[in-house]
Design a binder for this molecule. Structure first.
Ligand code: HEC
Ligand code: HEC
Length: 146
């Protein structure tokens, strides 16, 4: 083999090896996306860990004084054990998303403006074990002027 041919062959070999490595990386990335544990996250980050998501869900249920099925439909309908967590069929789930965005926004504003006690707003700040916050105890439900 002449030197020119040998160099070309070596170059082609390296090129093909690089292509193979790239293909493999792509396959790995798409496999990770396919097997992503959760399928319908619109507010939480896609890469939230299982433990963190479930801890949040337990917090939601506790704050509202409900079980998981307050926001998640059962599948098949009426079955007690099987919940279809990815389904958006229950309107409460989308209300919860709006509440998550509101809570996040409020915390952004608070952190920017004032936070001497280091407290953040959570679902429980308002809900305290009720699906609809109970504000009857304290009068003075002033609505900021609009
Ligand atoms: C107050 C409503 C509410 C309650 C109660 C609730 N969830 Fe959720 N859950 C949501 C919302 C909203 C999402 C979607 C979040 C998003 O879009 O980022 C979600 C998403 C999930 C997901 C991810 C589904 C997917 O594949 O996208 C799982 C799993 C889940 N919840 C489990 C639970 C469990 C277990 C409980 C009970 C301990 C529970 N949830 C209680 C509102 C609720
Ligand atoms: C600033 C106070 C506040 C915070 C914080 C808050 N909520 Fe709410 N939430 C309300 C009020 C008020 C209502 C009732 C609205 C109405 O009159 O229908 C409500 C209603 C809801 C409902 C519908 C209740 C039902 O079943 O009819 C869900 C679900 C809910 N909130 C979930 C959440 C979740 C989850 C969080 C935390 C991510 C949260 N909320 C944080 C004030 C709050």
């Amino acid at each position: 083999m002449s030197n020119v041919v040998r160099t070309l062959a070596l170059g082609l070999g390296l090129f093909l090896a690089a292509c193979a490595a790239m293909q493999q990386q792509k396959a790995q990335a798409s496999r990770a996306a396919d097997t992503g544990e959760f399928h319908n996250l619109q507010v939480f980050p896609q890469n939230i860990s299982h433990d963190e998501l479930i801890a949040n869900m337990r917090g939601f249920a506790k704050a509202l004084g409900t079980r998981c099925d307050h926001c998640h439909v059962s599948n098949p309908p009426g079955s007690k054990e099987q919940l279809d967590f990815a389904s958006d069929a229950k309107p409460e789930k989308n209300v919860a998303r709006a509440m998550m965005r509101m809570t996040r926004g409020a915390n952004d504003q608070i952190a920017k403006a004032v936070n001497p006690h280091g407290q953040m707003i959570t679902c429980n700040t308002c809900h305290r074990g009720h699906t609809v916050p109970d504000v009857t105890a304290a009068e003075g439900g002033a609505t900021p002027g609009r």
